[in-house]
Design a protein around this ligand. Structure first.
Ligand code: AMP
Ligand code: ZN
Length: 491
């Protein structure tokens, strides 16, 4: 297989609005930071699309042999609503549980969903609450440089001062400070700021605010933008290769991240900014706050008003990858059904690969086909083009079986190896028969445990039978005793 030495990736760098050749800061190593979810609610399909796009980038870089450190955070404090209420605090009041219970519950949900979509885990998954000390340190550094000011227990970043010292606020989003002033609504805390475009580094906590920490400025909590600056630079260095997130984070979140980092270290923190486009439903951005959402579980169970049936997560993964990450993608019943049909067409061909017999000569250039696949990925991770090439090869596979085309053993082996690399390793897809095999294995293992529990009950060994049930329950598997025997359900 090819390595980064054979491939020049061109990626669209949002910082400069153009495709650029990817050259990491340290040869062979890539540091990548992606803004993670705010864990106050279940992730919706739009969030999943963004994380999946970065999963393919991560997978491709690793495939090429880069030593990748992938950091994706969990925002568990500091992300405020428009009325300046903390999203997690608000949800904890609604659900009447501790904020940290909210964080735990929705972090688990997030992990479970991403696992169903077959995403690789990041190498480091830091939390905002685990880095309060570092955030306070960064604020102190900005204060000492005169780039921040304290008012009444809150600290704000001084955008004008930063700009006057050559900061170039707006460099990522292309926004001008005058426009920002005109568009800023009069929010709570606005009166404290010197200028409307200034943003909070630390907010004083009101007495009812549960999530608060002690700081040199009194009890309070950090601003949302600060956590990402602190956690990215802590684990990847003051300057690192790739920073990603959805387009909607470009401003103010990422703009503020740049300002904080440059203000503190004086260096442009990120070499390549990658922004993914939005998933829409009925032409509108999918969003938790407007309620225009579908949850992954609603799609997997078929329990929703939009789709005529349930879909396997891998079908959704395939549907997402059929669009380029920088294009808007609208999800609809027709589109996902069409993706499912295409997926089956492709996988029927892939399943037939072992049936192909080698020949004396090749009538098709496997090498050229492989090069075309790499070209697609090297062109800003163009997964739809790669998938089009996979469809081409599925026709070739059918012809090879009919012996309308032939391949030598060496070419046949490189075709199998390449299909495996592109389909499984880089696109992260699976044959549904593989998933069914996994389910069969689980069924068989559960049958063993249920039989052992029945045996324990017959022998009146209640301690053991209860232990089996309780430990399965802790593992998220619930046993149900019915008149036809015991069945199980996964929570
Ligand atoms: P949040 O938890 O709201 O901070 O969002 C987590 C990630 O999902 C961010 O990178 C957002 O930009 C991204 N995101 C939010 N809505 C959508 C959407 N409709 N389509 C694609 N990505 C989204
Ligand atoms: Zn972030």
């Amino acid at each position: 297989m090819q390595t980064y030495k054979d491939n020049k990736i061109k990626l669209f760098n949002s910082l400069h609005g153009q495709k650029e050749t990817f050259t990491p800061l340290h040869e062979g190593f890539v540091g990548m930071y992606v803004c993670g979810p705010t864990v106050y609610n279940k992730v919706h399909l739009g969030n999943c699309r963004t994380f999946l796009s970065f999963d393919v980038i991560n997978r491709y870089l690793r495939h090429l042999g880069y030593n990748v450190r992938y950091v994706r955070n969990i925002t568990d404090a500091g992300h405020l609503l428009d009325n300046e209420e903390d999203k997690i605090s608000r949800q904890s009041k609604l659900e009447k549980i501790e904020p940290m219970e909210i964080v735990q519950k929705y972090t688990q949900d997030f992990h479970k969903v991403l696992q169903m979509f077959n995403l690789l885990s990041p190498d480091i998954e830091p939390t905002a609450t685990g880095h309060i000390v570092e955030q306070i340190e960064l604020i102190k550094s900005l204060l000492s440089k005169g780039l921040a000011y304290e008012v009444n227990g809150s600290v704000y970043f001084d955008v004008n001062k930063y700009d006057a010292e050559g900061g170039n606020y707006g460099e990522l989003s292309g926004r001008k400070i005058e426009d920002m002033i005109a568009n800023t609504r009069d929010l709570d805390g606005q009166g404290e700021k010197k200028n409307p475009q200034d943003f909070a580094l630390w907010k004083k906590a009101s007495p009812e605010h549960i999530m608060r920490w002690i700081s040199p400025w009194g009890l309070g909590f950090p601003g949302w933008h600060l956590e990402c600056t602190v956690m990215s630079t802590k684990y990847l260095g003051d300057r690192f290769d790739i920073h990603g997130g959805g387009m909607d984070l470009k401003f103010p979140h990422h703009e503020c991240e740049i300002a904080q980092a440059k203000g503190s270290h004086g260096e442009e923190p990120v070499k390549y900014w990658i922004h993914t486009n939005m998933l829409t439903l009925n032409g509108q951005k999918m969003s938790k706050s407007t309620g225009n959402t579908i949850l992954p579980e609603e799609l997997f169970s078929g329990n929703n008003n939009f789709f005529d049936k349930a879909f396997h997560p891998i079908i959704l993964r395939f549907f997402f990858l059929q669009a380029h990450y920088r294009s808007i993608l609208d999800i609809s019943n027709e589109a996902v059904n069409a993706a499912e049909k295409g997926f089956y067409r492709l996988t029927t061909a892939i399943e037939k690969l072992p049936e192909i017999q080698p020949s004396e000569k090749s009538t098709f250039s496997v090498r050229e086909w492989i090069d075309r696949c790499y070209d697609a990925l090297n062109d800003d991770f163009n997964t739809p083009i790669l998938i089009a090439h996979l469809f081409d090869i599925s026709k070739v596979i059918n012809n090879l079986i009919l012996r309308n085309e032939t391949l030598t053993l060496t070419d046949l082996n490189s075709l199998k190896e390449a299909v495996h690399a592109f389909f499984y390793d880089i696109l992260g897809l699976k044959l549904l028969s593989d998933t069914l095999n996994d389910n069969n294995k689980l069924d068989n293992a559960m049958k063993v445990l249920i039989d052992l529990r029945n045996k324990a009950r017959l022998e009146k060994d209640w301690a053991l039978s209860d232990e089996i049930r309780d430990r399965l329950s802790e593992a998220g598997i619930i046993l149900k005793d019915g008149k036809d025997g015991t069945t199980y359900e996964i929570e």
